[in-house]
Ligand binder design. Structure first.
Ligand code: FES
Length: 244
């Protein structure tokens, strides 16, 4: 691990929070539905001001019981949770199923799914990939794939092998789904390095989501357990400006 080369990184503490270094911006990302009630866009809510500790980190809760979410307040010491990291560290593409279309291939690694359901809003992404790039169907596909916070779905150009994605600056989103009365995971954007308790790096990706309810079976990543748990951080979700 070459920490000097990493402006932003997150260390998963063995029996505690995520230690976030580099002071990236942290904002609520509130999922809003379209007129049919389906997940459509993200609206920016609270911007969390942070004051890093002396060594430059702030602590985000990953046990789900902090009284000061999204930050750790030490409650994990008395919480009923299993902090063990269980992800197998295989690269996204090694376990992804491929759904080829005429110009693009949809790559799908379901272990990352957070069930935000953008991928079903305008038709199933797995069917839309069969549309040509000059069609409305392709526009819908791009919208769905690029809104997939977890990075379960990726789109690759068949000719160039390039990944088609929305570029994010390094930043952190705290996902909320008020329509379902639940709070979602921590959205890590823009290639922030994530390091396990033994100092090994997970695959660096443009978008990925970390568990914050404490119940994922694929820690540190979210596996949508927060839905069954009805995890809700209790923060206001009035929102503000539309992001995209
Ligand atoms: S990890 Fe510390 S309160 Fe949740």
């Amino acid at each position: 691990m070459e920490e000097d080369n990493m402006t932003y990184y997150i260390k998963v503490k063995a029996d505690g929070p995520y230690l976030v270094y580099g002071n990236p911006p942290i904002d609520q990302e509130i999922i809003r539905p379209n007129e049919d009630g389906k997940a459509w866009l993200y609206e920016k809510g609270i911007h969390f001001e942070t004051e890093p500790k002396e060594d430059g980190h702030i602590s985000l809760c990953r046990c789900g019981v902090s009284k000061n979410p999204p930050f750790c307040d030490g409650s994990h010491r008395h919480a009923q949770w299993d902090p063990k990291e269980t992800d197998n560290k295989k690269e996204f593409v090694d376990e992804a199923k491929k759904y080829p279309g005429p110009e693009y291939t949809l790559e799908d690694n379901s272990k990352f799914c957070i069930h935000a359901q953008f991928c079903t809003t305008s038709g199933l992404a797995w069917a839309l990939v069969r549309k040509k790039s000059d069609t409305e169907g392709h526009e819908k596909l791009l919208h769905e794939v690029c809104h997939c916070a977890s990075g379960r779905l990726m789109l690759r150009n068949n000719s160039t092998g390039e990944i088609i994605d929305k570029p994010f600056p390094p930043s952190i989103g705290i996902i909320e789904q008020p329509e379902l009365k639940i709070s979602g995971p921590i959205w890590v954007k823009g290639g922030i390095t994530i390091i396990d308790e033994d100092g090994k790096e997970y695959e660096i990706r443009n978008r990925v989501t970390l568990c914050r309810c404490g119940k994922s079976k694929n820690k540190p990543f979210c596996d949508a357990s927060h839905i069954g748990e009805k995890y809700n951080d209790g923060l206001p979700t009035d929102g503000g400006s539309e992001i995209w």
